[in-house]
Design a protein around this ligand. Structure first.
Ligand code: NAP
Length: 285
């Protein structure tokens, strides 16, 4: 079997076209969606991520505010900025790029963002809404993974999904979203003794580990859907995921590539969450 390639770049483009339409409609009603992005410090990877988020806003009709601070910014000053943005009616989403310098308590910062503007979906309240099945913001990467799975046309009801990784930002919300879609879900992690035992039973595998070749072809049931969240470097320094893409492509029914799979979807779902936030505000007025 040669797996269908799940093209995150193409799907992302399609969803972003819808985002641009929704942004234009909101702007016409006087509610241009706005995202504030805060970067503290000089982390090179964070600078790239932040630049891409701001650029994506500009290209799709969202208003964006980019605030960059020295690594010496105090926690109190950062909290004061978040408080001001919470009160700013032109801002519908607030994102503080992680990681923060060590002297700043990131949990305190995330919890300071108004739940109505928590478009990253990282706060305890947003996590609780997801657990309880209430409307709220879903963390962007797992939300994007769900869209990628949906794009294959697969019905998740009654299917067995195995999520590898249990981080608060990817693994755990991913498992909850799959559960919400009526899959039977298994979560694996570093203390799981025989990962292959679980993955071989899976109709859907989502790998969010951060270690290449965590999943190989012999660990995949023929016809499974494989979503690769991992971002690693191979021996040649090229970007690669957590799964053996070439080998698994011969066994799976559908697979995401790295790059060009989950990656493009993450910023796209951030735009979607910001639009949804602005639409809620517009609907309430
Ligand atoms: P993380 O916080 O480091 O979590 C990694 C998870 O993998 C942990 O739960 C860990 O288990 C588990 N794990 C480690 N070794 C394992 C093994 N041998 N077998 C099974 N599970 C194992 O990472 P993350 O933030 O969730 O991100 C995961 C990967 O996705 C990273 O490569 C990251 O760069 C990538 N990522 C990509 C995007 C994107 O937009 N494409 C977005 C976010 C993250 P324990 O909990 O037991 O330690």
């Amino acid at each position: 079997m040669t797996a269908q390639l799940i093209d995150g770049t193409a799907l992302s483009k399609q969803i972003r076209a819808e985002v641009a339409q929704r942004a234009a409609a909101l702007t016409a009603r006087g509610h241009q969606p706005g995202l504030a992005v805060i970067l503290v410090g000089e982390d090179p990877a964070s600078q790239v991520y932040v630049r891409n988020k701001v650029k994506a806003c500009q290209e799709h009709g969202l208003h964006s505010v980019f605030e960059k601070y020295d690594a010496t910014l105090s926690e109190a000053d950062l909290l004061a900025r978040i408080d001001a943005l919470n009160k700013d009616s032109t801002i519908h989403g607030i994102l503080v790029q992680m990681p923060l310098p060590r002297h700043i308590d990131s949990t305190k910062v995330i919890e300071a963002i108004a739940t109505t503007k928590d478009v990253d979906g990282y706060s305890v309240l947003s996590a609780g809404e997801l657990v309880a099945g209430l409307p709220g913001f879903r963390p962007c990467t797992p939300y994007g993974c769900m869209k990628l799975i949906e794009s294959t046309g697969a019905d998740l009801r009654g299917k067995h999904a195995v999520v590898i990784g249990r981080s608060n930002t990817v693994g755990k919300p991913m498992a909850l979203l799959l559960l919400q879609a009526n899959a039977t879900v298994t979560i694996c992690h570093s203390a799981t003794p025989d990962l292959g035992y679980h993955t071989r039973q899976a109709d859907v595998i989502v790998a969010a580990v951060g270690r290449r070749n965590t999943v190989t072809a012999d660990m995949v049931k023929p016809g499974a859907i494989v979503i690769d969240v991992g971002m690693n470097r191979n021996d040649e320094g090229k970007l690669c995921g957590d799964v053996d893409f070439a080998g698994i492509s011969q066994v799976a029914s559908a697979i995401t590539p790295v790059p060009g799979g989950v990656g493009p979807m993450t910023i796209t779902m951030l735009l979607v969450n910001t639009i949804e936030s602005a639409e809620r505000v517009a609907a309430a007025q």
